[in-house]
Design a protein around this ligand. Sequence first.
Ligand code: 3HC
Length: 675
Amino acid sequence: MTSPITLHRHGDVLVIVSDNPPVNALGAAVRQGLESAIKEGVADASIAAMVIRCEGRTFFAGADITEFGKPMAEPALPALVDMIEAADKPVIAAIHGTALGGGCEVALSCHYRIAVPSAKLGFPEVKLGLLPGAGGTQRAPRLAGVPLALEMTAKGDPIPAKRALDAGLIDRLAGEDSLEADALRFAKEMIGKPLPRASQKTATPDPEAVAAFTKANARRFRSFDAPAANIACVVKATEVPFEEGIQFERQEFMKLMMGVQSAAQRHIFFAERKAAKIDGIADDIALRSIKRVGVIGAGTMGGGISMNFLSAGIPVTIVEMQQEALDRGTATIRKNYEATAAKGRMTADQVAAAMGALTPTLKLDDLADCDLIIEAVYEEMGVKKDIFGKLDGIAKPGAILASNTSYLDINEIAAVTKRPGDVLGMHFFSPANVMKLLEVVRGDKTADDVLTTVMALAKKIRKVAVVAGVCHGFIGNRMLMPRQVEAMKLLMEGATPEQIDKVHVDFGMPMGPFQMSDLAGVDIGWHRDPTRIESIRDALAAEKRWGQKTKAGFYDYDDKRNPSPSPRVAEIIEDFRKKTGAKQHEVTTEEIVERTLYPMVNEGALILAEGKAQRASDIDVVWIYGYGWPVYRGGPMFWADTQGLKKIVAGLEKHGFDVAPLLREKADRGERFTS
Ligand code: 3HC
């Protein structure tokens, strides 16, 4: 096998080039190639300096994550970076793209760093439940100080080259198109000068910065193991000699690597990327061109959906039935953009450009030039069918017609058109401009190129898209249903909304089932007859306890929407318990988990067996990005694997659930859902 590392001599400078697509991950072959290149450069008396650079789209984007959990081939990354730093001739890292994780550590072990202005440097390990394990936590604070080292390692967001330059993390900026030439010039300048080595610098303690950083990010870091470990390592760098700090970093790295959180986070990293792949469709299928998008409905969903495209520079025609609703919708979009600009995350020009690309109209006919039309009106089959019937007559040939329905049958909607192959579901999650998930619902007749075009478009608008089959509620909402049903039953048997929600929040969810009902609206799907009271939900709705919007739902709310337990709700629940004669018992945390979370796994198994999700990891992606399932638990299917499927089956049986055959089979065979 040819090595991904090649050597090029430019006079007395040796340029070491890595070409390991797609992202120059530091796999075994790259490490071995780098090791022998450095050895050769050091041993060769005609070489006075070395430059390390990468071909392709980026500098090393990190260790090769696919090697994690397996025995590591020599040389290990920590040994390699030490060897680079120990070289007795200047070694210059020439950076483009993203120098991430182990890639950033290679750069910091070089004596000098030069980067193109568009480059970024970062330590995303924390997002994989890890920390930089090749000296990054020890070299970064020595070069750039504690505050920036904390931010980079414990939060994991990359920084632009200019900021890295100002902070002393890199030494020079190169021209955007002259990296190698500028790096060569830099190398020649440095020949014969004393070699700066990051490990020999001292990191100044900064306890105030550490305290402030920890406090400011307490919420973000809640329940995650890795941020605290990153912080501890950076602090250690200010307290002990380099070698001792490295020992500490290694120890903490191994602890995290062996833990379930990192396994979960690495699972999600790959799951997210796998979700974009559609089984049975070739990667190179020709895509349809999407130059203009139409959105029907300027309400909360329609407005949010439009913003995704406007922000990506794709013009949108938005349609409403009444001028007032259209004006309100347009004003909300503007307000949202202005709020983003006020936070410094958008410029006034960008706001103007986004708003300038929006065409509001009252005429459905104006959608005739759109390449993709997304219907986002309320959930009623009759209304949707009517719209799709009309669209069939208006949309140009080849236009993709999508419904944002969250439950309804896409096949039935497609059947009212003469072009069912062009129809599919695009289920956005509220708020649609913020939530990352997009369920792309594939109808029986949806054409392959329609599906792949929408999946590619999803990436462009920075969504994580998952393909779902047609079934009631698709993947996410279908799994939500058994959870809500059981939560209501538990209320009848003696639990309180607060108790059930707390179990979910302690588990790591952003909210529990009743908090979610209050946010979404207790009146959603209500029959609207206040005299017909057949459930606790009916009773609440009849009293206008519709949730946060009426300041009362399963909880009472103050003016700032802070919830408190409601005595009135307790009365209503008690009434129902008496009326139905429901048997009361002490409900434990364990029972809540077994009866609300295990049935979700069970439903996931049914979804998989029916082929409504392509793979178990897709289900995990839906729950992480659509509902805030804690990423450190890896999604419901990964979580079930970590619990042991036998335990899940036993829990379901204990409470009288029908166990999904696929779940039982896997449990019996000692298998897992995820790899
Ligand atoms: N190892 C192995 N494979 C990787 C990888 C890595 N570090 N980073 C990316 N890939 C793979 C992806 O799985 C994907 O594979 P696929 O095409 O088969 O699905 C392919 O490279 C392209 O990745 P993306 O689709 O994500 O491409 P983008 O251009 O959107 O993003 C990126 C590029 C910003 C580099 C992004 O891939 C990324 O963030 N990668 C992870 C970076 C990272 O976490 N590095 C730290 C690793 S841990 C480490 O270094 C430990 C050390 O401290 C000891």
